[in-house]
Structure formats: structure tokens, C-alpha cells
Write a protein that binds this ligand. Sequence first.
Ligand SMILES: Cc1ncc(COP(=O)(O)O)c(C=O)c1O
Length: 382
Amino acid sequence: MDDLKRLRSLDSAKWTKYGPDVLPAWVADMDFDQAPPIKAAINAVLERGDLGYNFAALHPLAETWLSWVERRHGVRLTDDTDEIWTFTGALHALELVMELHTEPGDGIVVFSPIYHPFRHAIHDSGRQMVDVPLGAQSTLDAERLDAACDEQTKMVLFSQPHNPAGRVFTTEELQAFATVAEERDLLVISDEVWADLVHAPHQHLPLALADERLRERTITLGSASKAFNVAGLSCALAHVGSATVRNRLNALSHHVHGRPSSLSAAGTMAAWTESEGWLSDTMLTLTARRDHLAARLAAEVPEVGFDPPEATYLAWLDLTRTSLGDDPAKTLLDHAGVAIDPGLQFGDQAAGWARLNFATTEQILDEILDRIIGAIKNGVTP
Ligand SMILES: Cc1ncc(COP(=O)(O)O)c(C=O)c1O
């Protein structure tokens, strides 16, 4: 297996955290090599020996991102690049804006199960998590949101498309959300780093543009990291619709914003200007993997609950009707040589669930599935 040899040679967390007997399907990196233009752009910087200060390298990013979003999703977030900031990651932007806009003790909404760093960010900064579970089929429930809010609730950490549920929320869901966000005067951070990995026929719509009432209360986060498999470049952009937050960001020293490297800028630019064909091919592959996964689970272990995601390469698996216990990820790591993410990481109600990353080769995915399905069929217990 040449692919496996290459992957085992990587220094990435995904491929080094566990031993050689374990197949990793946890953290959100893909097992695919990057698009050639991205590698060429980064190599060109290195070949020039161009690693001195290069503040200008970041300047074209804002307009390039706006044009990319417009080309991919048919809408333009703004015409004013002064409303855009560059950060060293989506979480950097999210945590900084949360710290700027709220106080310890304030309530911050998440729609759970939710990407676990959101939970940690709220907890570690002394804010209160307002946990609003998604409804059946992972739908947004605006009434539940309204009931969960009180006067201390200040902000929402939104994930669109949603990690780990893989939902692309519909315009109707987003508009119902907008009604509550306006009534409760909530600032919304819409983390859209998964926007470019949407399975046909679904379509991504930036939250800020789904409803006029959201435009000036939303901070939209975007990045090439997920779609182009370049999380290690550490580069994200934020469109800040709120003038209050813009003023607060402008009042900060530049160094608090951080500065992605010129290598990050070169790679990100090449992703958004030269790599769309690579992304289209990758998306077809991901949709095929998703469908293959769904078909095997349905045929071989129908007791596993799985709604194929509308976006992302993450499968949110309901393993509660198997023998694997409350922490099926641990049982599978201990007894089946597969590393997936524990459901409980994403929400207190997700005992018996787990998240599986299917962005890998068909051969590796089949080996992962053989191991998981084998464990379930053999009634493996914790
Ligand atoms: C929803 C979401 N936000 C943010 C991140 C991390 O982004 P960054 O590395 O740019 O902080 C991830 C990574 O998987 C993610 O899934």
C-alpha cells in the first residue's frame, strides 16, 4: 500500500498520535496530497529564499477570499476589504472576538453536538455555555434557542456547515434563527471553514447573507484549511459585519491579531486562485466515499445509525445500538485498531456516538470499516 507508506511517513498529528497498528480516522485532515499549485507556490517562496518579513504577502488575501466565495457560492460578503481581518486560524478569530465582545459569566450559545474546541473556548474563558441541542435529523430549532436564552446570553458560536452533524442549514432554518438572534440581540460568529466541502445537490449560503437581520451582527470565518487540506498553514479570514466589533479590533495592537506567514499566504492564494479543479475532483471522491460508507453500514451493520452528511468528510455515527458502550471510540481504539473521535467530546448527550473521518483512500476506508464492522458483529465490549 503506497498510500499507507506515505501517510505513515507524515509528521501530522493524525498519523503520529497512535502506533503503527492503528488506522487513524479522527482529526479533520484529509489523507490526500495537496493541489500541485499550492505546493508550487510554497516551493517558489522557498526557492527564492524569500523568508524575510513580507507584510504585503497578506494584502491580496481579503479580495481573493471575497472573489472565491462569490465564484463558489454566488454571493459577495462585502465590497469593503477594510471589514476583513486575517488571523492565524479560525479558532484564533473566534476566541479573540468572543473575548472582545463578552465578559466572563456571559452566555454563549452552541448548537450541540458541536465541534469540541467551541466548548473549550467557552469554558476556558469563564463564559457560560448555553447548550441548544439540534433537533431530529440535526435540524436547527429556533424555539429551543429562544427558550434557552436569557438576558445574560450574548453570543452564538455557529458552525455552518455543521461539524460534526454535516448539515447545511436551509435558508428557512437560518431565517428562523435570525428572528431569535435579532430579538435577543445576539452577536453571531459563523464558522464557515467547511463551506467549500458541500455534497451536491446541497449549496452553502453564508449565514450573514441568509437574512438581512444577520448581516450586521455576524462575523463570518473562512479558510482554505479544510477544503484544500492545508490546516498546517494556519491562515483564516474573518468578515466582520458588526461595526462595534470592527472598532474593537481596530483598537487592538496588530500583534494581537497575529500574522500568518508568507508561506501561508502563498499557499492560501494558490488554493483560491489556481486549485478549483483539484477541489472539484476531491469533492467527487469525498461524495463517493460517503456513499460507500453509507452502503456498507446499511448492508452489514444496520443497527448503526447514520445520516449521510450534506457537507464535510465527517460521519456522525450513532453506535448506541451496538455493544461498544458509551465511549465507542475508546472501545474501537482498544480492541479494533481504529482511532475515531468520541461523541462525548462534542456534547454531553452524545454517549454512544462517534465521529469518523472518511477522507481517505477507498482501500484504507475499507480496512477501517472492516475493523469497525468486525468489532460490532463480534459484540466487542469496552
Ligand atoms: C468547525 C471548525 N472550526 C475551526 C476549525 C479549526 O480551524 P483553525 O485550525 O483554522 O483554527 C475546525 C477544524 O477542524 C473546524 O472543524
